[in-house]
Design a protein around this ligand. Sequence first.
Ligand SMILES: Nc1nc2c(ncn2[C@@H]2O[C@H](COP(=O)(O)OP(=O)(O)O)[C@@H](O)[C@H]2O)c(=O)[nH]1
Ligand SMILES: [Mg+2]
Length: 198
Amino acid sequence: MTDRIGYKVIVVGDPNVGKTSLTYRFCEGLPLGHSIITVGVDLRLKMILLDDQLVTLQIWDTAGMERHDSMVQSYYRKAHAVVIMYDVTNRQSFDNLQYWLTECGRFASSDIVKVMVGNKCEEGAVRAVSKSEAQRFADDNEMPLFETSAKLESEVENIETIFRTIAHKLLHERNIRISDCVILQERPMEDELANCVC
Ligand SMILES: Nc1nc2c(ncn2[C@@H]2O[C@H](COP(=O)(O)OP(=O)(O)O)[C@@H](O)[C@H]2O)c(=O)[nH]1
Ligand SMILES: [Mg+2]
């Protein structure tokens, strides 16, 4: 094993698509994961072993503040990757993917790694978005598409594949190597805490 590497991964999408469920399913299933709860953002850490490298993923979840403007910039700042989520049973959440891509374009680094995730894809779910339509949108925007269900225990491996794909792209395609916990030490929420009314 060589050096330790850390990446900031943010999860965006409409409220209720399952962002928290997905990150919780991924991070809390194994003993290495733990959460840090802050105002407006839940930050979870998860270590994975990728080609003999220990990679820490800092996964930022909006904690229900998806449309809270003052949070937006620090949320996107210095993110290495973004999971753009919709709910396959909710048409509006798919139609709003363009909004989330635009937000990424405004606030995130231009070379951010993007993956698209359609959630709530269980047997018997009443689909509002077909896989082929979602695939077209993903292809047009150069993102890999995953369909999953954060509700199902059996999807743990599939969900892990989403995050392993991200880490793999960052490490091998972009060759980005950030030493562990650099971002955590920056106290990114300071400006927003000063404005917080709670
Ligand atoms: N059927 C189904 N429900 C889900 C799934 N993931 C999340 N939910 C439910 O959808 C609601 C919103 O989930 P949450 O993770 O809080 O969404 P967020 O607002 O995007 O963070 C909750 O009632 C979850 O139990 C899923 O894969 N399938
Ligand atoms: Mg949430």
